[in-house]
Design a protein around this ligand. Structure first.
Ligand SMILES: Cc1cc2nc3c(=O)[nH]c(=O)nc-3n(C[C@H](O)[C@H](O)[C@H](O)COP(=O)(O)OP(=O)(O)OC[C@H]3O[C@@H](n4cnc5c(N)ncnc54)[C@H](O)[C@@H]3O)c2cc1C
Length: 416
């Protein structure tokens, strides 16, 4: 069923009882050409592009819980392509371009809202670093605007310009950045994949891999063994646990990241604003709630709940740039487990086991990557060669010393 204004009108006249389920709930077949383990944004997007772009008809997604239960439904919804390094920038800009056409592509309202992102700077040296990043973006054809203090004051008059602990000197703006309704992305890709014949099988955990003589031929699940010519794993925060079942130890640690939503307020924040002297980022949802977050908690964990010291740290960052946030009441907060790689950048690659492929290490920035990651992983699975925008996201970069260390923090996941 296609979504359209006519359909909304017609269904409304009929009491809204004619809508069809957005995807089917099929039983698993004994065998597929491709199995994608993990029904988050990346797994669903991969299945969608495998079916649509690479014309693969025999694809299944196995999800241990329900669609949207992982980080795709837990993130702070920010999209941007304001990266510095060559390995990253073309990939994230490719993703941004896919976001720009996503709703038409999926015929689904994902509330893509390019309301802009501004990274604040607070020292002269930080301004120099942001100028460099902005120049790198522009060399890659990406929009970047350096705002001085007065230009920034016009855009964000609510910031604490006059009495701040960390003086706000300006900001690097990417006007095409913004937010997207996160769970609509999961639902939209699930619907699109289903329409192209993909079997989405929820409550079906991959509990092991069928591997013999170095070849993966399927997965074990509580609903029996399911065979496949190729298996792609995209399980985000569970990456190390799941790949351990294939005997692999990944250059990845799992950490919890928290998100927060305030009560609904009148519109005040035009886009996304990030603090440059601590870790705090904020936007305002269409319902008026301030949606914000900060740093990971910094302890290895698979628990989807956060710790109080980080709550305090995030709120301290918020109050430092916009003290009035201290008057807003916090409505909700939650945690998600993110797969932090050693250099802060992702991996989309074959493993040493034939037929087994891996997509992960998205740290806390993988939502914005969802469309490009889907295309790149589908390309790798379908053609056995890396997508042109993802050639740097290889496992062997860690042994070869070719890090993609966007933050310049070194090989420590909790610092990225
Ligand atoms: C609080 C928070 C805020 C964030 N904010 C942003 C942001 O503003 N912008 C941004 O770009 N990124 C953000 N991120 C990061 C982003 O959400 C993730 O990088 C991205 O969602 C990960 O990819 P995914 O959607 O595929 O993950 P998930 O949705 O977690 O999908 C993985 C799926 O695999 C399933 N799974 C696990 N094990 C198995 C198994 N054995 N068998 C079958 N299925 C399995 C899980 O149940 C899960 O549904 C944030 C993350 C968090 C937690």
């Amino acid at each position: 069923m296609r979504n359209s204004a006519f359909q909304v009108f017609k269904q409304a006249l009929q009491g809204d009882v004619g809508w069809k389920p957005v995807w089917r709930s099929p039983d698993p077949k004994p065998e597929y050409d491709f199995i994608i383990v993990g029904g988050g944004g990346h797994g669903l997007a991969t299945a969608y592009y495998l079916a649509k772009k690479y014309r693969q008809a025999n694809v299944a997604v196995l999800e241990k819980g329900w669609i949207g239960s992982g980080n795709v439904g837990r993130n702070t919804t920010i999209i941007r392509s304001n990266y510095l390094l060559d390995g990253n920038e073309p990939f994230y800009e490719f993703s941004m371009k896919l976001w720009e056409g996503l709703e038409q592509e999926l015929n689904y309202n994902a509330m893509v809202s390019q309301r802009g992102i501004i990274n604040l700077f607070h020292t002269d040296s930080q301004r120099d670093a942001f100028v460099r990043r902005g120049n790198a973006m522009r060399l890659n054809g990406v929009d970047a605007v350096l705002l001085d203090r007065e230009a920034l004051r016009k855009e964000c008059p609510f910031l604490n310009f006059d009495n701040a602990r960390f003086p706000i000197l300006g900001g690097l703006s990417q006007p095409r950045g913004g937010t997207v309704r996160h769970d609509a992305v999961a639902w939209g890709y699930a619907r699109g994949a289903d329409q192209h014949g993909v079997d989405i099988i929820q409550n079906c955990e991959a509990t092991g891999f069928l591997i013999s003589d170095g070849v993966c031929t399927g997965v074990a699940t509580p609903r029996g063994q399911i065979r496949a010519k190729k298996v792609g794993v995209a399980v985000a925060g569970s990456s190390s646990r799941v790949m351990a079942k294939a005997g692999m130890r990944l250059p990845i640690e799992s950490h919890v990241l928290q998100a927060f939503v305030s009560e609904g307020l009148k519109p005040i924040i035009p886009g996304v604003v990030t603090f440059g002297a601590g870790h705090f980022y904020v936007s305002q949802s269409n319902k008026g709630g301030l949606v914000f977050g900060g740093d990971i908690d910094g302890y290895n964990t698979y628990a989807q709940r956060g710790n109080l010291p980080t709550v305090e740290d995030v709120c301290e960052g918020g109050v430092a740039i916009m003290p009035m946030i201290g008057r807003a009441r916090l409505l909700r907060m939650w945690g998600g487990v993110v797969d932090m790689s050693m250099d802060g950048s992702p991996i989309i690659d074959k493993t040493h086991i034939e037929g087994l492929y891996f997509n992960g290490g998205w740290c806390y920035g993988g939502f914005k990557a969802t469309p490009a990651s889907g295309v790149a992983f589908a390309h790798l699975l379908a053609t056995d060669s890396p997508h042109e925008t993802a050639t740097a996201y290889r496992f062997d970069r860690f042994s070869r010393g070719y890090m993609i260390d966007e933050k310049g923090m070194g090989a420590q996941p909790n610092l990225h």
